[in-house]
Design a protein around this ligand. Structure first.
Ligand SMILES: C[S@@+](CC[C@H](N)C(=O)[O-])C[C@H]1O[C@@H](n2cnc3c(N)ncnc32)[C@H](O)[C@@H]1O
Length: 356
């Protein structure tokens, strides 16, 4: 059922790109190992490097820095040909510092489909890395959490992105919420396997319907992550149990864009003026991605008099093009396409700034 619906919708949405996305979605996904800064850093770094895995974030930042210094040097020495200079001196929309610090994620190089072994607990019982779809780290990087920030993770369970946010070491306060009791239990277990007790005590965990966040809380946040429930395209092709494409869940599926819109609006209302909100999904669907963003921007303007600006994240393409396959025609935000040589995603992320 999922595949039939995808063929119908994505065939139209992606045209000639769809057959290659389709086969990638049906193939084994690639993982990333989100590095846990609270483990024995030297030992785990060595283990990951022995596997020939690379921290793709560090590598991308260095590649850009190298290009920039080459461009600077070239400009000084005036030795580059005019064509090369244009390419190397291309102005960046954002500097590299516009990504959250201290997050490390190891992947195998493009085309290498090796698997990471499960992380083993150290003598304190702490695990060295968390396996996830490496594209899941991108929304957290782009959220760009700054030292002293108040941060809200509105749909947080089981907690992969929460862990990534905590790696930055920047949050003055982190509020973590999810509506599902069983998934909150998983989140608790994950936090206890990766973090020291003092840090867990600083995380405020709630189990609320995120759509009503503002009615229940009066804190205004600097950064909000709204990682909504979606058709979870890759998972839906693999697992029947609990699938949103099951016959009995048709109505729920139809209502997903409305739920996503309400959660995004709630997330923006929870941000302070000037605050930044990241909307993310793991679906390719335009209806659940760009259309939800457009709907939320419009609704906030009309019903709340709030202006929201969609940020340009195209510098992410430049930074991470050697690790991920970016969709070139995304109107708002960025979309990572599954690709056989870099089988991450799908992951859509779009940053919004609340202006008033
Ligand atoms: C895509 S998952 C989140 C994954 C998580 N951010 C991570 O990185 O591990 C979406 C989550 O939204 C939660 N959810 C669904 N409806 C919700 C609501 N109304 N309020 C808050 N959370 C909700 C689901 O229970 C689910 O855990």
């Amino acid at each position: 059922m999922a595949l039939q619906i995808f063929d119908m919708n994505y065939g139209t949405q992606f045209g000639s790109l769809w057959p290659s996305i389709r086969i990638s979605l049906l193939s084994e996904q690639k993982y990333g190992a989100l590095f846990n800064n609270f483990c024995d850093v030297k030992l785990v770094t060595q283990q990951l490097e022995d596997l020939n895995a690379i921290d793709f974030i560090w590598e991308a930042q260095n590649a850009v820095k190298d290009l920039d210094s080459m461009a600077e040097q070239g400009a000084r020495e005036q030795v580059l040909s005019p064509e090369t200079q244009t390419e190397l001196c291309e102005p960046r929309d954002q500097p590299v510092s516009f990504i959250s610090p201290n997050i490390k994620c190891y992947t195998f190089p493009r085309g290498d489909i090796s698997l990471f072994p499960q992380a083993k607990p150290d003598i304190l019982g702490i695990l060295g890395y968390y396996l996830l779809n490496a594209a899941s780290v991108l929304p957290v990087l782009a959220l760009n959490v700054q030292p002293g920030d108040l941060v809200l993770d509105l749909c947080a369970a089981p907690g992969g992105k929460t862990l990534a946010i905590l790696q930055t070491g920047c949050c003055r306060e982190l509020a973590v919420n999810d509506i599902s009791a069983s998934r909150i239990d998983r989140l608790h277990r994950i936090l206890h396997s990766y973090l020291p007790e003092q840090l867990i005590n600083k995380v405020k965990i709630t189990r609320k319907d995120g759509r009503n966040w503002r009615d229940l809380n009066d804190t205004c946040y600097d950064r909000v992550l709204v990682d909504v429930p979606c058709t979870n395209d890759r998972q839906s092709l693999k697992e029947e149990e609990n699938s949103i494409f099951k016959y009995g869940r048709k109505e729920e599926r139809k209502m997903l864009p409305m739920l996503q819109l309400q959660l995004l609006v709630a997330g923006i209302l929870a941000a302070k003026p000037g605050g930044e909100v990241m909307y993310s999904t793991c679906t390719l669907s335009q209806l659940q991605n760009e259309y939800v963003v457009e709907g939320a921007v419009e609704l906030l303007k009309v019903e709340h008099g709030i202006t929201v600006q969609v940020a340009d994240l195209s510098y992410f393409r430049r930074l991470f093009q050697s690790t991920f396959s970016f969709y070139q025609d995304c109107r708002l935000g960025e979309l990572i396409l599954p690709n056989l040589s870099a089988n991450f995603g799908p992951m859509y992320f779009c940053k919004l700034q609340r202006l008033n």
